[in-house]
Design a protein around this ligand. Structure first.
Ligand SMILES: Cc1ncc(COP(=O)(O)O)c(C=O)c1O
Length: 414
């Protein structure tokens, strides 16, 4: 449903709960985020309601963690049922939700094995550890010398090792000493990537589309070229599909657009259905088989609640419905956004229901645009200066997308 009273001006009305809720949140937390001043109380599907009863169309979807919308009935039912039976065992024991989740996710990925963790960053750390171990034990790289090729503009998470190969000063500066063993090449440049590979290289780690960087799609042929070079040079291709995967771009994985099958998928965000943090890596036995008991793990990784919800996520994806919606509605969204290029937008990028839009910086910053959109009942988030990432839940309707684009056009008109 589209709210008729979407156009709202902020008021000094002291009956509103938002101002004090914003103040309290700022008072009691580290300022490692700069959220928009909205305080959400409840949500359903593509819509959020704040503590003052105002409704917003969600055009961020928890950075793609909410691909199936807020509180999808099948996911909520799975969570409720599991909460009433069993929530945590640790991996010291096997629980009855584990095998189905691992099998169904492996099959969705077309891989032989999965290794479940919790956050995206943990999936990335897992991939790095597995690739290094594979390099030493299978490829024969001399001990302690493994290198991994990554791209500039990457975003793979926030751990000390991961920020060691970030090119974003905010993410990296003052968090050293940094983990060695990474070579950074320009994103989309196959020749530079090929050049960076030598006998010590165990893996290439890439986002098939760079989300945090502004939904940057690499040139056609890049991913298939990376696949070819990795195969030729006996290097693992690790595809970080944590944000791009699980239906977001109109296919199960963004790599599918070039018919590319990486050696390892790194998954997170939407895998937890917007309910629990669930991440995983998926690969064949020849790769994941290098791990032995005691070498890697997590207390919460693959817990019963996570597995129950994530199995339901995999079943939703296995229907193909969400990929189809994203592909079809994505064409609609991109066509509508393209019409705003020259009308306040400088560029539009992306695939499926995922768009990076560059606002003309002469008009306003991305932050200002998001604040004005919020006043009009649309929630989106800026990334890097004047770029906004649009990623509505895949349950959004054509009418709701049109409404969002109309509100964007109104903000750009000023
Ligand atoms: C591509 C990619 N990889 C990894 C991560 C890290 O995931 P998390 O925040 O769950 O650790 C993110 C988060 O935005 C991401 O977009």
């Amino acid at each position: 449903m589209i709210v008729d009273d979407a156009l709202r001006t902020p008021t000094a009305d002291d009956t509103l709960r938002t101002p004090s809720a914003v103040r309290d949140a700022e008072r009691w937390t580290a300022h490692n985020y700069h959220p928009l001043p909205v305080v959400i109380e409840s949500a359903e599907g593509a819509w959020l309601t704040d503590v003052d009863g105002r409704r917003y169309l969600d055009c961020l979807a928890g950075y793609s963690a909410l691909n199936f919308g807020h509180r999808h009935p099948a996911l909520i039912a799975a969570a409720h049922a599991q909460l009433d039976r069993l929530t945590l065992t640790s991996r010291a024991f096997i629980h009855d939700q584990f095998a189905a989740f691992c099998q169904e996710l492996s099959q969705l990925c077309g891989k032989e094995l999965v290794l479940p963790m919790n956050t995206g960053a943990e999936a990335v750390e897992t991939a790095i550890k597995v690739a290094r171990k594979w390099g030493y034990q299978v490829k024969g790289v001399p001990s302690g010398q493994a290198t991994i090729v990554v791209a500039d503009g990457n975003f793979h998470g926030r751990t000390t090792t991961i920020v060691s190969f970030s090119t974003d000063p905010d993410a990296r500066d003052d968090f050293g000493p940094y983990t060695p063993g990474f070579r950074i090449v320009p994103y989309g440049d196959l020749a530079a990537l090929t050049e960076a590979i030598d006998d010590t290289t165990v893996a290439v780690l890439l986002e098939p589309i760079q989300g945090e960087q502004g939904v940057v799609v690499p040139p056609a042929g890049y991913l298939s070229g990376v696949r070819r070079v990795c195969t030729e040079r006996n290097v693992l291709f690790l595809a970080d599909e944590i944000q791009s995967g699980l239906g977001r771009t109109g296919t199960t994985f963004a790599c599918d657009h070039e018919d590319v099958v990486p050696d390892m998928y790194l998954l997170g965000k939407a895998l937890g259905g917007g309910i629990v943090p669930v991440s995983a890596v998926a690969a064949d036995r020849s790769v994941l088989g290098v791990l032995r008991p005691g070498e890697h793990g997590s207390t919460f990784g693959g817990n019963p609640l996570a597995c129950a919800v994530a199995t339901e996520v995999v079943r939703l994806l296995a229907t193909g419905e969400f990929q189809r919606r994203s592909a079809e509605l994505g064409v609609h969204l991109h066509t509508a956004l393209q019409k705003l290029v020259g009308q306040g937008l400088l560029a539009v990028r992306g695939r499926g229901l995922w768009a990076g839009i560059d606002i003309d910086p002469a008009l306003m910053t991305g932050r200002q645009a998001c604040e004005r959109l919020a006043e009009r009942g649309i929630l989106a988030k800026d990334t890097h200066g004047s770029t906004i990432r649009l990623a509505p839940p895949l349950v959004v309707t054509v009418e709701e997308l049109d409404h969002a684009v109309e509100q964007l056009a109104a903000v750009l008109r000023g």
